[in-house]
Design a binder for this molecule. Structure first.
Ligand code: AMP
Ligand code: TRP
Length: 335
């Protein structure tokens, strides 16, 4: 048991590969936090059941997601790396929290509203409705202090904080109220084909989404065909030049240089130069990442052992929290 503060984040295995939005907005923030925090990083496989998926496909994606976390630098000897479904306390806590969540409050979650609007209310299942409450359980179970996520999860974090405070006020101080860790500059990477929309696994334009596990050549091509804006000058203007701004943000993130510095360097150059620079910088980091992931996927037994050890570490914390919560709400211990 460590006396360090805790960090937790999960990624959903809802596609064969994570994309550079997931990577820059969330995943890349995870490894550096392992130094100062006791870290819990995992794969939200239960969340992935909210969309219709073939069982064999889900199994493959779960392993691929775990491999990608490790390839990104999550170190299983320091962090608990686990699958959400291996720790049954997540769903146990979710039930208790769902009994503290107003129907109206859950109905106001914008991701739920968007998704159910897109699929139609009959296609939207109750799991999708409960999704943010399961996410709150993921976080509160470990008393996480910090949760590195992309901008799209801010509202879910607010709900989590609210539920923690409500439980603490109604029973007694139990849960840490978590802080989101959202890096503003990269919290919302946009689609390369439609830079007014967030890059997303469910995008209608596969060419706008750069998947980490795709062939490097294909990804370079996607950058080269990115939609830019009218005009010719490379300036940072998110309102009027969202395509150029997005490429600058991506290039800045991958090179560690500031946007201002980049803009200065591109004086007199054209959009084509910016696209090639972004493709090269992304490729330099993503290509070794991809190779490492494929290598890990070739060592399936080792990967499964990492996940078993991670679940063990996670359960040691989770089982204690759930015992405390059950006792506080008045559920009797089995004699
Ligand atoms: P998901 O794969 O949907 O579970 O997302 C994993 C993480 O990536 C979450 O923390 C999201 O907030 C983050 N994320 C997803 N899409 C983007 C994006 N386009 N830009 C930045 N972060 C993102
Ligand atoms: N809902 C998050 C997403 O779509 C994934 C997630 C599930 C998560 N549980 C979490 C993120 C707990 C942070 C903490 O990206």
């Amino acid at each position: 048991m460590s006396d360090k503060p805790r960090v937790l984040s999960l990624a959903q295995p809802t596609a064969d590969s994570l994309h550079i939005g997931n990577y820059l907005g969330a995943l890349r923030q995870w490894p550096p936090l392992q130094d100062q925090y006791e870290a819990f990083y995992g794969v939200a496989d239960l969340h992935a059941l909210t969309v219709d998926v073939e069982p064999a496909v889900l199994r493959k994606r779960c392993l691929a997601s775990a491999a990608q976390l490790i390839a990104a630098g999550v170190d299983p000897t320091r962090s608990a790396v686990f699958l959400q479904s291996h720790v049954p306390e997540h769903t146990q806590l979710m039930w208790v929290l769902s009994c503290l969540t107003g129907f109206g409050q859950a109905s106001r979650m914008t991701q739920f509203k968007d998704k159910s609007a897109r699929h139609g209310s009959d296609a939207a299942n109750v799991g999708l409705f409960n999704y943010p409450i399961l996410m709150a359980a993921d976080i509160l179970l470990y008393n996480a202090d910090r949760v590195p996520v992309g901008e799209d999860q801010r509202q879910h974090l607010e709900l989590t904080r609210d539920l923690a405070q409500r439980f603490n006020a109604r029973y007694s101080p139990t849960f840490t109220v978590p802080e989101p860790h959202i890096v503003r500059s990269v919290g919302k990477i946009m689609d390369l084909q439609d830079p007014t929309a967030k890059m997303s696994k469910t995008s209608s334009s596969p060419n706008g989404v750069v998947d980490l596990l795709d062939e490097p050549k294909l990804n370079a091509k996607k950058f080269r065909s990115a939609v830019t804006d009218s005009g010719r000058d490379i300036v940072f203007d998110e309102q009027n030049k969202p395509g150029v701004a997005n490429l600058l943000i991506i290039l800045a993130a991958f090179t560690g240089r500031s946007v201002e510095d980049l803009v200065e360097g591109f004086a007199g150059k054209g959009y084509g130069d910016l696209k090639v620079a972004a493709a090269d910088a992304a490729g330099a980091e993503v290509t070794p990442f991809r190779e490492r992931t494929l290598e890990l996927l070739g060592e399936k037994t080792e990967l499964e052992q990492i996940l078993a050890d991670g679940a063990e570490k996670a359960r040691a914390v989770a089982s204690r929290t759930i015992a405390k919560v059950y006792r506080k709400v008045g559920l009797l211990r089995r004699g």
